[in-house]
Write a protein that binds this ligand. Sequence first.
Ligand code: PLP
Length: 384
Amino acid sequence: MNNLLKTYKFSNFEVVKGSGCYLYTSNKKKLLDFSAGVAVNSLGYNHPIVKNSLQAQIKTGITHLSGSQIHEFKIKLSKVLSNNSNKGDVFFSNSGAESIEAALKIARNYGSKKGKDEIIAMTSSFHGRTIGALSVGSNKKYKSNIGPVPGKVKFCKFNDVSHLRKLVNKKTVAIIIEFVQGDGGINICSKNFAKAIKETCKNKKILLIGDEIQGGIGRTGKIFAYKHYGVNPDIITSAKGLGSGIPIGATIVKKYISKIISTGFHGSTFGGGMLQTRISYNVFKTINTKRFLNKVLINANLLSSLIKKMHHLHNDKIVDTRCLGLMAGIEFKNNQIASNTYEKMSKNGLISTLIQGNIIRLTPPLIVSSEEIKKAIKIITRSL
Ligand SMILES: Cc1ncc(COP(=O)(O)O)c(C=O)c1O
């Protein structure tokens, strides 16, 4: 018994420490973590970059500064995020959903000056659980019994070019998309759909919002997932892996949009604090190197080929597998097989996430080794 609101199905073990890709429980079990706190702990556990940043922060004596106060790491992090994406201005917050809220407000504000107020989101999308973020998330289960969420949102069938063309009109202000849908089941945007979005946005002067909260910060082998597609979103949202375990959100806004934003338009008490930005800056610099990202790609290829092999050998239980970078989804024939496998994997020492009832998602720390990937596949196979 505990006093936690039952918003989660809680684990039946208690975690006491972590190191690399492993978590250790109070009853001395060692668990290989292929969830990484749901695609958050990009550098795994006990990483020297995170530890040293925490220690350096302690020396300043500062835990919090107001949003208006300037400090070194707020400036540095905004610069690297901007220089490595759409060259925009950055708003810092504390989570993915908050970075989406900022993106939606900014897009709607931009549209209000032009008489545009409709947003196109995707089917099987997920952008967070605040009321605004739920308005662009397609999963009805997440928004039932809470009354209306903000309106003027249309849902385009993911990867369906002709549906996109049908939905766009002169009122459309923005299209929001995860280039790899995380919660929706590791659904990967097709090159053709991305091209159609790019052309539509350009021709109809529609803003493109790229949700990089789960797929960004090296997860797909590029610093942002959109970079696989030759697009350049007007607004980019980031969180999760950006802090490698420290809560942070960032919304990166192209200058032609940010220039109309005035003081007081938006804010966040904790956003852009010295602790979060120091850690995130050092995490970003660590991940955003050719060497690091190449290693992610090499390990991603291994993960993808082993998962495909497993699918081939067990196609009585597995119906599909999808991977981009170190983001993988194993889709099972039904919910029962998926949940049995998921439970057994956990008993056999591998942590993952179960999504949509029938899909096991793997998002290991980006520092995962080829041996750990092989070990994970062995555990999954044994758990089938
Ligand atoms: C693509 C995407 N967007 C937004 C969110 C919401 O992020 P948070 O839970 O930090 O609010 C998530 C979280 O899973 C996500 O995967």
